[in-house]
Write a new protein. Structure first.
Length: 151
C-alpha cells in the first residue's frame, strides 16, 4: 500500500512537507535578524526566487529538447537499435520530470518565503537594455554635477 492510494493523506503529507521546507528556508534567512538586516533578508528571498525560476526555466527547456529527440526517434522506431535508444531517452526524460518536480517544489517554497518576508508576490524583473539616449542624458547631468571630465 502506498501513500498515493490515499489522495487526501498524500495531499496533507505534501502540504506538511512544503510547510517544513518553507520554515527551514525562513529560518536561514531570518538568521540575519534585526531591522538593519531587513533589506538583506528581502534580497536573499528574492535571489532564491530568481535562482529557482532560472532552474525551472532551464529544466523545462531541457525537457522540451528531450521530447523533440524522442519524437524523432519515435518516427524511426521499429529497429532494435532505435528502440533501445528510445527507451534510454524515455528513462532519462522520466528522471528529468522527477527532478523538475523537485525544482518546482523548491520554487513554490521560495515564493512562499518571499511573500512572508516582504508581504508581496515575487515577480521576475524584466531585463532592461540600456537606452543610449538615456545614457547620454545621464552623462550630461553627471558632467554638470561633477564638472566636465571632457575638458
Amino acid at each position: 500500500m502506498e501513500i498515493s492510494e490515499f489522495p487526501d493523506i498524500a495531499t496533507n503529507y505534501k502540504e506538511a512537507e512544503m510547510s517544513k521546507l518553507v520554515n527551514l528556508k525562513l529560518a536561514v534567512i531570518n538568521y540575519y535578524s534585526g531591522e538593519e538586516n531587513a533589506y538583506r533578508r528581502e534580497q536573499m528571498a528574492g535571489n532564491e526566487c530568481w535562482t529557482s525560476k532560472k532552474d525551472l526555466d532551464w529544466s523545462g527547456n531541457k525537457m522540451s529538447d528531450k521530447k523533440a529527440e524522442m519524437l524523432e526517434l519515435r518516427k524511426a522506431s521499429g529497429s532494435e537499435v532505435v528502440d533501445v535508444k528510445l527507451e534510454k531517452e524515455f528513462n532519462i526524460y522520466q528522471s528529468m520530470a522527477q527532478e523538475n518536480s523537485v525544482i518546482t517544489e523548491d520554487h513554490e517554497a521560495n515564493l512562499a518565503v518571499f511573500k512572508k518576508i516582504t508581504g508581496k508576490d515575487w515577480t521576475p524583473r524584466s531585463s532592461k537594455v540600456a537606452d543610449p539616449k538615456n545614457a547620454q542624458q545621464i552623462n550630461k547631468e553627471l558632467d554638470k554635477l561633477l564638472g566636465s571630465i571632457t575638458e
